[in-house]
Design a binder for this molecule. Structure first.
Ligand SMILES: Cc1cc2nc3c(=O)[nH]c(=O)nc-3n(C[C@H](O)[C@H](O)[C@H](O)COP(=O)(O)OP(=O)(O)OC[C@H]3O[C@@H](n4cnc5c(N)ncnc54)[C@H](O)[C@@H]3O)c2cc1C
Ligand code: FES
Length: 271
């Protein structure tokens, strides 16, 4: 884990209230794994006091990308950062997605801004990049990656073309039916994909109800699934216990033990 003062290279409004910020952060990029996050001090002063956590969306050489939605004070401050300004970052933090199996078919499920960590994951999986696994099989197979992107409306669907450019199969669900399947992305998964062909792995990030549904489906279809939880955070480094969730063995800190967990590590009824 590093604390770095990173220069803002760009900060673009991509659609609606969604932004992509690119930061020069060589140390963090060098160690970053898909599913890990950075804890960002969004102003130089004391307000807001707490850092804000954001998934690592991508790394390109020394540059780190964060894809974010403006939802409140902290993200509004972040959206005002301009090229050349500096941001204090801690990272890479937490435990990312794991893939130690010789898999053939993987489904990535994104609800809204939950797409943020999944692009970096897809990129690593499709590049057969050994950084995600220390085992050889990843390099010897050609996995099929299906990405399910879900959102309320068409304009909230992010990164569809980026995933296609990687070689992934992209399927869309919108709640208003303006693009693809009409309904929730978790129902899309349940109705159209799982009954016919079981994936080796499911990776998901999105709102809690979506993740709960994925946990249910994982039990029903005996899937090996990992989810990234977006719990509110304090310290981000395991010290304050502000982010704990309950597991069968006791409490788990989302910032340190997660944010990515296997679905059976979590007592979902307590969330
Ligand atoms: C590990 C992790 C990775 C994350 N990655 C991303 C990312 O890549 N892109 C992104 O846009 N967001 C991400 N988030 C969520 C992001 O941290 C929050 O949206 C941000 O902290 C909100 O700050 P704010 O000051 O703008 O909002 P606040 O003023 O603090 O809150 C505004 C509203 O957002 C809600 N909210 C705030 N934080 C969260 C949260 N963690 N989960 C659910 N609701 C919340 C509040 O309840 C409130 O309704 C991630 C969170 C975690 C824990
Ligand atoms: S945020 Fe402090 S322990 Fe997780």
């Amino acid at each position: 884990m590093y604390q770095v003062i990173a220069e803002v290279l760009s900060n673009k409004n991509i659609t609606l209230n969604y932004f992509k910020i690119t930061l020069n952060a060589p140390e963090i990029c060098q160690d970053a794994q898909p599913g890990q996050f950075v804890h960002v001090k969004v102003t130089a002063g004391y307000a807001p006091l707490l850092r804000r956590p954001f998934s690592i969306h991508d790394t390109r050489d020394e540059n780190l990308e964060i894809l974010y939605q403006v939802v409140g004070e902290g993200t509004a401050f972040l959206s005002q950062k301009e090229k050349g300004e500096k941001l204090d970052l801690l990272g890479p933090l937490g435990q990312g997605f794991e893939s130690k199996e010789n898999f053939r078919k993987v489904i990535l499920v994104a609800g809204g801004i939950g797409v943020a960590p999944l692009y970096f994951l897809a990129k690593r999986l499709l590049n057969h990049d050994s950084k995600i696994s220390d085992q050889a099989p990843l390099k010897s197979c050609h996995p099929k990656i299906i990405v399910l992107l879900g959102a309320g409306i068409r304009k909230q669907i992010l990164c569809a073309q980026d995933f296609k450019n990687l070689g992934a199969t992209v399927k869309i669900a919108t709640e208003d039916g303006s693009w693809g399947y009409k309904g929730l992305v978790s129902d899309f998964l349940a109705e159209t994909l799982l009954p016919y062909s079981k994936p080796d792995l499911v990776f998901a990030c999105g709102p809690l109800p979506m993740l709960k549904k994925i946990a249910q489906l994982s039990r029903k279809y005996r899937l090996s699934s990992q989810v990234s939880l977006e719990q509110r955070m304090g310290c981000g480094i395991g010290a304050c216990l502000g982010c704990v969730v309950t597991s069968p063995e006791g409490y788990l800190r989302v910032c340190k033990d997660g944010p990515v967990f296997r679905v059976n590590q979590i007592l979902w009824e307590r969330l």
